[in-house]
Design a protein around this ligand. Structure first.
Ligand SMILES: Cc1ncc(COP(=O)(O)O)c(C=O)c1O
Length: 343
């Protein structure tokens, strides 16, 4: 790490219980002719893990510090972020209210089932825009405050500068883990939507003084009017909290929409092959909404020769989507070796 910089210590609650491993993917590497490793943030001890838990370790510590009693956040009823917030709140004995949009499916599946299991108060508001969802969430905050609750409000996707600091630290953690195994990564690839993962990783690279390429594979293009502007804001808010004096610029970000396909949660070329290869060659599950698109990017760039190895695939979790009946049947029919099985 750059010796002139020192981290400010920020309060954190340990919600993961262990350091997620960095491991090589030998069979996938052989298949692609490219050395690929994985950071297993899909593993952890609260709420079925994923990248949101890292951010919540910072945010819920702050919530406790300011005396909050109640977490309020919003998202789609498929959201990993809201599910993680519900689980984390349960784990530390805080109340949680989730304001959830999207109408389909009506069945209590996937993350919606988990939100309810983790004891969150669910406010289902139907098929509204993200702007309307945020407005409705503010109404809920006012209602709870009027009833005496001390509310800690998390924005959609838990996308905050404070949350992003966790990924700056995570970059350094992964860098040390891979070096301890005698390698170093030249490129890091991860799924990206609300942006605190990418912002934090880019800040971590700056703090390490490394020249690693960090590629955010955009899986939800419509999340902000100005996506790079918001990512930059998050990165610099995180820098302000963690290492004042460090400045992240637009040139530090690298986002690609080449693997977004038809949009958030919708099909994109190469995703089914990515799910198939990761499962069959490495016994690791990636999902059609987030991480499948990041792995599809690695496969495509490997075949085009446009990515330098060793590559670290940052597994951000989110495999619950594969148990949603919609995605289960899409995968069953689109992965040839499954579709040919007689049930
Ligand atoms: C599984 C998974 N991967 C990646 C992301 C993207 O993270 P970020 O919102 O920090 O861009 C999310 C966010 O919803 C996610 O659930």
């Amino acid at each position: 790490m750059n010796k002139e910089l020192s981290f400010r210590s920020l309060p954190r609650i340990d919600l993961r219980g262990f350091t997620s491993p960095v491991q090589p993917l030998p069979r996938l590497s052989e298949e692609l002719g490219l050395e690929v490793w994985v950071k297993r943030d899909d593993l952890g001890s609260v709420g079925l893990a994923g990248n949101k838990v890292r951010k919540l370790e910072m945010e819920l510590a702050r919530a406790r510090e300011v005396g909050a009693t109640h977490i309020v956040t919003e998202g789609s009823r498929h959201s990993n972020a809201t599910r993680a917030a519900a689980a984390a709140a349960a784990a530390i004995g805080m109340k949680c209210t989730l304001v959830l949009c999207h109408d389909e499916p009506k069945e209590p599946v996937g993350n919606l089932l988990l939100d309810a299991l983790f004891g969150a108060d669910l406010r289902l508001v139907g098929d509204v825009s993200w702007v309307e969802l945020a407005r409705l969430t503010e109404d809920v905050v006012r209602e709870l405050e009027a009833a005496g609750e001390r509310v800690y409000r998390l924005p959609i996707g838990s996308a905050t500068g404070r949350g992003a600091t966790s990924f700056a630290r995570a970059y350094i953690e992964a860098d040390e883990q891979i070096r301890a195994q005698g390698a170093e990564f030249r490129t890091l690839v991860h799924a990206s939507s609300a942006g605190s993962t990418h912002s934090g990783l880019v800040l971590g690279r700056a703090l390490s003084g490394a020249s690693t390429r960090v590629i955010g594979v955009v899986v939800a293009g419509e999340v902000y009017d100005d996506v790079p502007g918001n990512y930059l804001r998050l990165a610099n808010e995180a820098a302000g909290l963690l290492a004042p004096g460090v400045q992240i610029t637009a040139d530090d970000l690298e986002l690609t929409e080449d693997y977004l396909g038809e949009g958030y949660g919708k099909p994109a070329p190469g995703v089914m092959e990515a799910i198939d290869l990761m499962a069959r060659l490495e016994g690791i599950v990636v999902d059609p909404v987030y991480t499948g698109k990041a792995v599809a990017a690695i496969i495509d760039m490997a075949r085009k020769g446009s990515i330098e190895g060793p590559v670290l695939f940052w597994h951000t979790g989110g495999y619950h989507a594969i148990f949603d009946p919609h995605y289960t049947s899409v995968m069953w029919s689109a992965i040839p070796r499954l579709g040919s099985i007689q049930l």
